[in-house]
Design a protein around this ligand. Structure first.
Ligand code: 13P
Ligand code: SF4
Length: 350
């Protein structure tokens, strides 16, 4: 467990991190991308961290890959590349730098390590987990195989390296249907997200059987809540992630991965939008889309929110916490992730 006091005192010994109106002003172009959601006073607090991280990442030959759920000061201030899980995995195969700092959750950092065994992959907080990844082990995959002999196992990337290694192929929220359809046989096992599986089953020609995991952020939304929003405002655009229940998805105008959701809003620019997902998504695109009012009914992912500017700076300063994957597990897991990337690329969707 990271010790906040220790982090603070180590950083204070090496960097001037006191709030700075001057630095905030110097980096006003960066602030312009988040001024609707971050106050000037908060930006003056963030600016010294942003400046220190951006300098240090050059010294360390590091690249920062950040998920769409990172808070605006990380997303706009320090990330070299932002995206959904599939985009981050593909980007991880193209990295030139020696060090990858993953601003996201542990399974994302593990995926980067699996795809880059010779690089140093850091996660600013090792405890940034995921309720889906925690819901299944490699033994669970073997139980499913025993129950449905011969059926291909498609595991969501929101899984540990061991689970990926025990699976036939991975999928993300943006290619799940495509991957399932590419499998041989009539029955496909999907793990660990029961709702993603049910949502895919509605569109698939295959019989889908699934593990009963769920995302603690998306499972909280209800169809009744969606209907109440629509009754209150018939013109509202409801944009949902496929980790939501099929009832919620049925109420949505669009369902897609986090980047798919962002792209849909960019293209359609609805006056009022409800992003049925993690809170930072709306914050990150609020400045870019001044004509869109984001209705704030969001749920926070406590795992994603473990990643902060302070922990990123500490991580780069101390070159911790390093993500490692045993070589034989990494090799098998890489085959599952690479197969997913190959199927997606072959379909021209990457
Ligand atoms: P995306 O692949 O859509 O970014 O989803 C990742 C995730 O953890 C959503 O909860
Ligand atoms: Fe996992 Fe849900 Fe958090 Fe995504 S939002 S990391 S699926 S718990």
């Amino acid at each position: 467990m990271l010790d906040a006091t220790k982090i603070g005192s180590v950083l204070a010994d090496h960097y001037d991190l006191s709030p700075s109106v001057d630095l905030a002003e110097e980096m006003r172009d960066v602030y312009a991308r988040m001024s609707r959601v971050v106050t000037p006073a908060d930006w003056a607090i963030h600016a010294p961290y942003v400046a220190a991280i951006n300098k240090l990442k050059k010294d360390r030959d590091a690249v920062i890959l950040a998920h769409n759920y990172m808070t605006p000061e990380l997303y706009h201030g320090i990330a070299d590349f932002v995206g959904d899980s599939l985009q981050l995995a593909i980007r991880a195969t193209e990295v030139d730098q020696d060090v990858i700092v993953q601003c996201g959750v542990h399974f994302m950092a593990e995926t980067s390590k699996i795809l880059n065994p010779s690089k140093t992959v850091l996660i600013p907080d090792m405890n940034a987990g995921c309720s889906l990844a925690e819901s299944i082990t490699a033994e669970g995959i073997e139980q499913m195989r025993a129950r449905y002999p011969g059926a291909a196992v498609v595991s969501y990337v929101n899984t540990t390296a061991e689970v990926k290694a025990a699976s036939d192929v991975c999928c993300t929220s943006s290619n799940a249907l495509q991957i399932v359809e590419a499998m041989e046989g009539d029955t496909v096992i999907m793990t660990p997200d029961q709702y993603l599986a049910q949502n895919v089953a509605k569109q698939s020609s295959k019989k889908i059987v699934y593990w009963a995991g769920s995302c603690i952020v998306h499972e909280l939304y209800t169809a009744a809540e969606m209907r109440a929003y629509r009754e209150n405002d018939p013109d509202i655009a409801i944009v949902a992630h496929p980790e939501c229940t099929p009832d919620v998805v049925a109420e949505a105008d669009f369902t897609g991965s986090t980047s798919g959701m962002i792209d849909w809003v960019r293209r359609n620019k609805p006056e009022k939008t409800l992003l049925v997902t993690e809170c930072s998504m709306a914050s990150n695109i609020a400045d870019e889309l001044p004509g869109v009012e984001f209705v704030k009914s969001c749920n926070m992912c406590p795992f994603m929110k473990k990643i902060t500017l302070e922990k990123v700076l500490y991580s780069l300063h101390t070159m911790t916490e390093e993500v490692t994957v045993e070589a034989d597990v990494a090799q098998k897991a890489r085959a599952s992730v690479q197969r997913m990337i190959d199927i997606t690329n072959a379909a021209g969707k990457a």
